[in-house]
Ligand binder design. Structure first.
Ligand code: UD1
Length: 432
């Protein structure tokens, strides 16, 4: 099994190219199920989750071709891929347990399958390391569009009324990214108007909404808490670019703040991670927006502790909570970090303690008391974002760190070790 070995202490200096967003690429790929024409995605990141979703979509009958970067254009090996997906026919409306259980977002195929093929049989995604993550909002939303839903042998079996889904009012009890993507996609082909209230406003939702509009859907309220979708009889092909990954950008911003130095996060968009940048500023980093991205610097002075409460967009992202905690382990003073989205997202605490961090957890609040130095350690990745927090800690720790079980990292970070070593980090992947 691959591991990451790093020796901490080097400042990060240089440029890091930010890849396309995993959390946008996945639902954009799923949107291909809504039309028989080709959907072309630009700037698709090279990630294990993308490869896994390809398999799942191929099982439904989607033909997928990956072309690397646009032919004839100059570029680097970090440029995103171009992917063409064509679902000429939906050959299978079942998403089996073996495939869905490996990636929760694959459950989202239920929306487009139901809208286009009028039926879907999708395995319940099952447990997940960061909490129970139920699907009740999805089922409620699809029922509001007229679907009949049964649970049978671990599968959600959904059927649209004769003639297809019917627009309706969906008031989400809590903001949910996945439920918003799924209901929005399903509503594009429903008869009549759907209103989604308390919708997620994450930039990835906007990316997918704009893609659906380019495919012929009628959606208003994009970027707000209320989305109104007028159903159309069919959608057509389109070309759309995956937005830069704000979580990857935020992660490298924290790494730069942790080690000191000066890093340009190329392609990163400040408006997608303003809350995190504000917090980093309060902690003592210097942040500047430039034409090519975001520059993060920290010279000389130490970090100050800052309290953070995670929230849905535009608040501080839960997907940056673990990385921020790593940063606070070496800050001056005491920081309180409140997780509000997932009930069990503090598994990195025990691993960070192996570096000598001082963290106490009570309920949903972690209290981090900064220590003058961390010491390198053998640690284990537990989930995607938690694992990268261990890399951040290792970059600042004295001596050698080995991060085991890094398949979690490969799910969501493209060539992390490559990107960091180009900026002066002593980091390598050890295979086998
Ligand atoms: C997405 C992101 C994930 C991010 C999360 C929150 C992708 C692929 N994943 O996950 O990286 O951490 O948003 O920003 O984009 N909930 C229910 N019932 C439901 C659905 C959700 O109770 O039917 C709860 C969840 O348990 C959680 C909260 O709602 O407490 C938000 O979850 P949600 O926004 O749906 O997360 P995901 O879409 O799974």
């Amino acid at each position: 099994m691959d591991r990451i070995r790093l020796v901490g202490g080097n400042q990060l200096r240089g440029e890091i190219p930010i890849s396309g967003a995993k959390n946008a690429a996945l639902p954009l790929m799923i949107a291909s199920l809504l039309t028989q024409e080709p959907l072309v995605l630009e700037n698709v990141p090279r990630l294990a989750d993308v490869n896994q979703l390809e398999k799942i979509l191929e099982n439904h009958g989607v033909d997928i071709a990956v072309h690397g970067r646009r032919p004839g254009t100059p570029g680097s090996r970090f440029d995103g891929q171009r992917m063409t997906l064509q679902a000429a026919d939906i050959v299978d409306t079942t998403a089996p347990y073996e495939l869905v259980s490996t990636m929760r977002a694959s459950f989202w195929v239920i929306g487009p399958l139901l809208a286009r093929a009028h039926e879907a049989r999708v395995s319940l995604p099952g447990g997940c390391a960061i909490g129970t993550r139920p699907v009740d909002f999805f089922l409620y939303g699809l029922k509001q569009l007229g679907a009949e839903i049964d649970i049978d042998d671990g599968y959600v079996v959904a059927r649209a009324p004769k003639g297809g889904l019917i627009g309706g009012l969906v008031h989400l009890p809590k903001v949910s990214v996945g439920a918003t993507h799924t209901i929005m996609m399903a509503a594009t082909l429903a008869r009549g108007t759907t209103v989604i209230e308390n919708a997620a406003m994450e930039p990835e939702i906007d990316n997918v909404a704009h893609c659906l509009v380019a495919m012929g859907a009628s959606i208003s309220g994009i970027g707000t808490r209320t989305l109104t979708i007028e159903g159309v009889p069919s959608l057509h092909g389109a070309t759309i670019e995956v937005i830069p990954d704000r979580i990857e950008a935020g992660t490298f911003a924290m790494a730069a703040a942790m080690t000191g130095g000066d890093v340009l996060l190329r392609h990163a968009r400040p408006e997608h991670l303003q809350s995190a940048l504000d917090v980093l500023g309060q902690a003592g980093a210097t942040i500047a927006s430039e034409a090519g991205g975001i520059r993060v610097k920290r010279n000389g002075n130490g970090l100050q502790s800052v309290d953070v409460e995670v929230d849905t967009f535009p608040g501080f992202a839960t997907d940056l909570q673990a990385q921020f905690m790593a940063l606070m382990t070496m800050a001056n003073g005491v920081s309180h970090i409140r997780e509000t989205i997932f009930e069990n997202r503090f598994m990195h605490v025990a691993e960070l303690a192996r570096f000598g961090a001082d963290i106490r957890v009570e309920g949903q609040v972690a209290t981090v008391t900064g220590v003058p130095a961390l010491k390198g350690a053998q640690v284990m990745a537990t989930d995607l974002r938690a694992s990268v927090s261990l890399v951040i800690a290792g970059l600042a720790a004295r001596g050698e760190t080995v991060v085991n079980r890094i398949y979690h990292l490969d799910r969501g970070f493209e060539r992390l070790e490559d990107k960091l070593s180009r900026c002066g980090a002593e980091i390598e992947r050890v295979t086998g």
